[in-house]
Design a protein around this ligand. Structure first.
Ligand code: G16
Length: 539
């Protein structure tokens, strides 16, 4: 074991979901080592502890896992459990952290961001409950990283992660486990595999686009091997370090191959895609795209049809920018609905306290209390379970849902790689104007309220301020604006748009939202500050 003198980096502040940077930033001398040491310092040391380690297999994943093992050993960890080949999807890692009763885990991923030497990499720590570290811990990591002068590391050969079994490094046990088995077993406890298998046997056709990312082996094992979907149901099923050049972000822009197939002649009955680390999902029916906010609402209304949720759900939570569609379901079910800041970490306390069973976000994340991360394949399986029980198509289910609850037309517009200073100036000006907005009319819409979302955690009382500007109109329409906490280049401006309708459910969302979109441009002067009129991504 050696102690290496180092110089602190001043940019190791975790964002919405861990530390995400360009891969080359992580590859520079001491960068990863410093942050891993800072993680261990922030959680009170690693001595005698057991951790899970795994990642989505992107470029540098293999090197990073070896570094983490050597630093964990040098800090006195008792054991690290690693997915074979250093691979674990984020939900599978969360499950292992919980099921093996560990002291937490380190997950390597930049999620939906592209992978490769010139693309993105990321690292985050999840707590013993399986969920992302809360803000007080990520703040402590940043503090530790900012003053770090040394880290501990053992000098050793690489651990062979190719074969399942036990080995040691520097006196620390290393257990290499199958990446898929435990997760697939968990899914079998939640869903009616017999019913889904019968649906496939009756000719139900599905396409799952794994986007050359981590869910390929999980989806192939569960959908094709266990549920009997025909071989080839899973496409882009082999994880690659650069995701085969794909941008593994499951939305209509980046999952365009799947979208084209689902909107085309002879489309399968059901389509789905997931992201780099397997926690996001996009769901598409034949000829119909399901917005993530609607997906959450439909899942909440129908979860009781799956055996794991047959007793009903305790409550639901959504991030603030997510549409209020699920709130209407909660009101109908007589259960609690919570509105949290963006970031899965904010759901952890509510899940741990048993206040909510399902949660979700507009950013293609849905999950339940089975783990403490969002879970892409879980959402797909719940949809399949519902389709198998109801015997209806995705469009029939959506139409029935809107007929009962009304439709929250919804869209998100992303302006990427915007000059950071200009984006900050725009947000500052918008924040400065909030007090004057109520009562003002724009594009025929009257502003009822405007604020900067602040959250008090109902379980531990912790507070989080400045979580996004909200402009609420009298007719229930809404504009939300915030800067992304997961981008790695300049600033990404996210504009969230919502309008509730009690009838007329077959409009194009962009048309239904047109006045709200114009109002947002007018109120924030996006074009004036950023020079942008057209968003890079529309979801
Ligand atoms: C992460 C978080 C999500 C969040 C998303 C987008 O997802 O876990 O809770 O909604 O980022 O965040 P932002 O709008 O700040 O970019 P993932 O899938 O990237 O880990």
């Amino acid at each position: 074991m050696t102690t290496i003198q180092t110089v602190a980096f001043d940019d190791q502040k975790p964002g919405t979901s861990g530390l995400r940077k360009k891969t080359r930033v992580f590859m520079q001398a001491h960068y990863l080592e410093n942050f891993v040491q800072a993680i261990f310092n922030a959680i009170g040391g690693a001595k005698g502890k057991t951790f899970i380690v795994g990642g989505d297999g992107r470029f540098f994943n293999d090197r990073a896992v070896q570094v983490i093992l050597r630093i964990a050993a040098a800090n006195g960890a008792a054991k690290v459990i690693v997915g074979q080949g250093g691979i674990l999807s984020t939900p599978a890692a969360s499950h292992l952290i919980r099921s093996r009763k560990t002291d937490g885990g380190i997950i390597l991923s930049a999620s939906h961001n592209p992978g490769g030497e010139d693309e993105d990499f990321g690292i985050k720590f999840n707590m013993p409950n399986g969920g992302p570290a809360p803000e007080n811990i990520t703040d402590a990591m940043f503090r530790e990283a900012s003053v770090l002068v040394s880290y501990n590391i053992v000098e050793a050969q690489d651990v062979d992660l190719g074969a399942i079994g036990e080995t040691t490094i520097g006196g620390m046990a290393v257990e290499v486990v199958d990446c898929v088995a435990d997760y697939a077993a968990l899914m079998e406890t939640l869903f009616d595999f017999d019913k889904i298998r019968a649906m496939f046997a009756n000719g139900f056709r599905m396409r799952f686009d794994a986007m050359c990312a981590v869910t390929g082996p999980y989806a192939t094992e569960i959908l094709e091997n266990r549920l009997g979907a025909p071989a080839g149901t899973v496409t882009h099923g082999t994880p690659l370090p650069d995701f085969g050049g794909m941008h593994p972000d499951p939305n209509p822009t980046w999952a365009h191959e799947l979208m084209a197939e689902m909107m085309g002649d002879d489309a399968p009955n059901f389509g789905a895609a997931s992201d780099g680390d397997g926690d996001r999902n996009m769901v598409v029916g034949r000829g119909i795209y399901v917005s993530p906010s609607d997906s959450l609402a439909v899942l909440a209304a129908n979860a009781h049809l799956a055996k794991g949720y047959a007793k009903g759900i305790a409550g639901v939570a959504r991030s603030m920018p997510t549409s209020a569609a699920v709130d209407r379901v909660a009101a109908d079910l007589g259960i609690e609905a919570f509105e949290t800041p963006t970031g899965w970490k904010f759901f952890g306390n509510l899940l741990d306290a048993g206040r909510v069973t399902l949660c979700g976000e507009e950013s293609f994340g849905t999950g339940s209390d089975h783990v403490r991360e969002k879970d892409g394949l879980w959402a797909v399986l719940l949809w399949l379970n519902i389709l198998a029980v109801r015997g209806q198509s995705v469009s029939e289910i959506l139409e029935a849902h809107w007929a009962k609850y009304g439709r929250n037309y919804y869209s998100r517009h992303d302006f990427e790689a915007v000059d950071k200073d200009k984006a900050d100036a725009m947000m500052a000006a918008l924040r400065g104007s909030l007090a004057d907005l109520p009562g003002r009319e724009i594009e025929g819409l009257k502003i009822a309220n405007a604020d900067d979302f602040a959250y008090t955690d109902p379980v531990d009382g912790s507070t989080s301020a400045k979580q996004g500007v909200r402009i609420l109109f009298e007719d229930g329409s809404r504009i939300v604006m915030r800067l992304s906490g997961t981008g790695t280049q300049g600033a990404t401006l996210r504009l969230y748009l919502e309008r509730y309708a009690e009838s007329g459910f077959d409009q194009d969302p962009q048309e239904a939202l047109a006045p709200v979109i114009r109002a947002a441009q007018g109120l924030a002067d996006i074009q004036g500050y950023t020079g942008r009129v057209t968003p890079d991504v529309i979801t």
